[in-house]
Design a protein around this ligand. Structure first.
Ligand SMILES: [Zn+2]
Ligand SMILES: [Zn+2]
Length: 345
């Protein structure tokens, strides 16, 4: 068995003779991982912005095949193709009963050791599951985007736009880009992406994904207002995790507008001026994905979304062989790759 192990901050090790996950645990299935994509939170862990003690798994955006199901594992047969996402929670705890299913359990309990390994255990109990079975229309590499699509879907639900809204998204990582695509489908009239990474901006322009503004440009705000009008955007999504960008969000949003915060901040807010929240009567709302949004027939709303928009999302992906996993991380950090997917086979 092979795995990409994070043995210290900034240090990935390819373990070609890893012993594997061993025995199944109660309520888990064993998944032979086919591909795993690099998430911003994996990079935060790699850089040491998140701690090993907080996060016990490595890689949570993966696809593969179930090869074994243990006692108490709910209704998923060996041979089933799956991808990771929060697909089921208990429905009984206070969080679930109050519409906060994304707080039901910690992902730490769901994945061991995570998707950067050739095999991983995944919780799939009647009261909690972190996988969905895949339809034929989607390939293993694209299916690794199910979990980020789930998170982006949560952002879109929290944004709760009305058709015709103007939206500005700070942070053109995968989640920001997928959210842009979903919001346009929901009827947003204008969606503008803002980022400071030149390589990434160039790629988005080349792919003609959406209008982008370079936040390094001195007239970045004027550029936005030229498109959305003088008052500012109806909805601003903050997906960078950089505190100073919140100040820009206050500037770009219109009076009475809404800011969706979809980031983890690794710094304190310091001297950030908060008065615009009152002066502009802003609504601020968080989006902590993933969330088990289900359709009325019980199927996954984010999976259906992913299948529908997959042709656009494929353009975001760069595939790396297992042995090039380190380069996948480096290219994500430099912006040379928008979404790096590490493939095991
Ligand atoms: Zn993720
Ligand atoms: Zn629950």
């Amino acid at each position: 068995m092979r795995r990409v192990a994070l043995i210290d901050y900034g240090k990935l090790e390819l373990q070609n003779h890893w012993e594997g996950v061993g025995q199944l645990r109660l309520g888990t299935v064993k998944v032979n991982v086919s591909a795993c994509s690099v998430c911003g939170s994996d990079i935060a862990l790699f850089k040491g912005n998140r701690s090993f003690t907080e996060e016990r798994y490595f890689g949570h955006e993966f696809s593969g095949v179930v090869v074994d199901a243990g006692d108490g594992a709910n209704g998923i047969a060996p041979g089933t193709r799956v991808a990771s996402e929060l697909s089921r929670t208990c429905g009984q705890c206070w969080n679930c009963l109050n519409g906060l299913q994304n707080y039901c359990k910690s992902m730490n309990d769901a994945l061991l050791p995570g998707g950067f390994a050739e095999e991983t255990l995944v919780l799939n109990r009647p009261d909690y599951s972190f996988i969905s079975s895949l339809p034929q229309e989607i390939d293993d590499v694209t299916a690794t985007l199910l979990e980020p699509t789930n998170c982006a879907y949560r952002i879109a639900r929290q944004a709760n736009i009305i058709p015709g809204d103007h939206v500005v998204i700070f942070g053109m990582g995968t989640m920001g880009l997928i959210a842009a695509r979903i919001l346009r489908g929901m009827g947003a009239d204008i969606v503008i992406g803002v980022d400071n990474n030149n390589a990434r901006l160039e790629k988005i322009r080349q792919l003609n994904l959406l209008d982008v503004v370079d936040s390094n440009a001195p007239d970045w705000l004027e550029q936005i207002k030229e498109m959305v009008g003088d008052k500012g955007a109806d909805i601003v999504i903050e997906a960078t995790g950089v505190v100073s960008v919140l100040k820009r969000a206050f500037e770009a949003v219109r009076p009475g507008g809404k800011i969706v915060v979809a980031s983890v901040y690794h710094e304190l807010a310091g001297t950030l001026e908060l008065t615009p929240i009152m002066r502009k009567e802003l609504t601020m709302v968080g989006a902590k994905g993933p969330f088990p949004h289900r359709k009325t027939d019980g199927s996954s709303a984010s999976l259906e979304t992913l299948v529908n928009i997959q042709d656009d999302l494929k353009k975001l992906i760069t595939v790396y062989d297992y042995k090039d996993a380190l380069r996948a991380f480096e290219d994500m950090m430099s912006g040379d790759a928008i979404k790096a997917v590490v493939k095991f086979n």
